[in-house]
Design a protein around this ligand. Structure first.
Ligand SMILES: [Zn+2]
Length: 353
């Protein structure tokens, strides 16, 4: 994730702190130590430290259970409203996802119970106000974080628990769609309440809405495209151009054929690809120059047998928007983002019910 950096490792998992959490901690420490605002005192500084410890324990619980199911954790990112355990893959079995998701909030509830237990067991004996205050605060932070994460909305743990439960009754895709819709609805509700009550709630609502939407799209795409190969949806008749083509000529071809990218051959060798984006770098007076000056030369290619999901990852990385499809060193087709979007729409109708 952007704006986060590694602070330490546990069980071989790098733990990263997000800058927003660091800034919040520094802000509260500074205000507390310099006594800048009434109410923000050492108790507040202690609370933010406890929140940090709590978020770490919460995430470690998720990671511990996930690793038990053989799922690798890339890293843990700590945010003020909880953390994110970046799993390399999603658990296949809904039961596993349920247990991984619930482990985090469960740890918070157990800590809260232990703290309250000690608190009530010893409060009758002598007076150690600081220890009691600590126990009380730590319990409260854990209770709030546990309950908050159980809100049934992505990307909260509660949303994953809900999907896992729904997945027992319907397809994984439908379960995700339903859970994401509930998440978005709750986010809108939260934002409305936030307008009248607390601005911070609007931020959380936004975070939930975006998360729900992104998760659904990702699952939708990977579910629908599962098993589809590049060869099935690529454009087979490829219009190509040669290295001698001028900027002016290729512009005409683009307007006429309405495709925005063409493989470029030098002799009988595929040398690059020319896109509308490349051509737009040309300046006035470049019209008669050949396209070789402007084309993209470091080619990323794909093959007819490649799974479409892998090709999508390549497409997102290159930013060219289309990839030449090669088989035994020969150009057999081209696949663009538009091809994939069209295939998605058709397959969605087919698999939707
Ligand atoms: Zn969690």
């Amino acid at each position: 994730m952007k704006y986060s950096f590694k602070i330490f490792s546990v069980f071989g998992i790098p733990v990263e702190l997000h800058i927003s959490f660091l800034l919040l901690m520094l802000l509260i420490y500074t205000v507390a130590i310099l006594n800048l605002a009434p109410g923000v005192d050492l108790t507040a500084a202690l609370l933010i430290t406890l929140l940090f410890v709590t978020v770490v324990l919460h995430e470690l619980a998720h990671s511990y259970v996930a690793q038990k199911y053989g799922i690798k954790i890339d890293r843990i990112i700590l945010l003020p409203i909880g953390g994110v355990s970046a799993m390399e893959e999603l658990p296949e079995d809904p039961g596993e996802e349920l247990r991984i998701s619930i482990a985090g909030p469960l740890v918070n509830f157990v800590i809260a119970m232990i703290c309250y237990g000690i608190y009530f067991a010893f409060i009758g004996f002598g007076s150690y106000p600081y220890i009691f205050e600590f126990l009380n605060n730590f319990a409260l932070v854990n209770l709030i974080l546990g309950v908050f994460n159980l809100i049934p909305a992505y990307p909260m743990d509660g949303g994953r628990v809900l999907r896992a439960i729904l997945a027992g009754r319907m397809s994984y895709l439908q379960a995700t769609e339903t859970a994401a819709s509930i998440g978005k609805f709750l986010a809108i509700f939260m934002a409305v309440v936030g307008i009248f009550w607390n601005f911070f709630l609007i931020l959380i609502a936004l975070f939930i809405y975006i998360g729900a939407d992104a998760e659904y799209k990702e699952i939708m795409i990977s579910t629908i495209l599962e098993g589809v190969k590049v060869g099935e949806i690529m454009t087979q008749k490829v219009k190509t151009v040669t290295g001698e083509t001028t900027v002016e000529e290729v512009m005409k071809i683009m307007f006429k054929n309405k495709h925005m990218g063409y493989p470029v051959f030098e002799g009988n060798k595929l040398a690059g690809i020319i896109t509308f984006n490349d051509i737009s770098q040309a300046k006035h007076g470049d019209e008669k120059k050949t396209i070789t000056k402007f084309m993209t030369r470091d080619l990323v290619t794909t093959s007819p047998d490649e799974p479409l999901t892998d090709t999508m990852t390549k497409l997102n990385k290159t930013g060219v928007g289309r990839l030449p499809v090669m088989e035994n060193g020969e150009l057999v087709g081209i696949i663009s983002r538009t091809d994939i979007v069209r295939a998605l729409e058709i397959l969605k109708l087919k698999k939707g019910n």
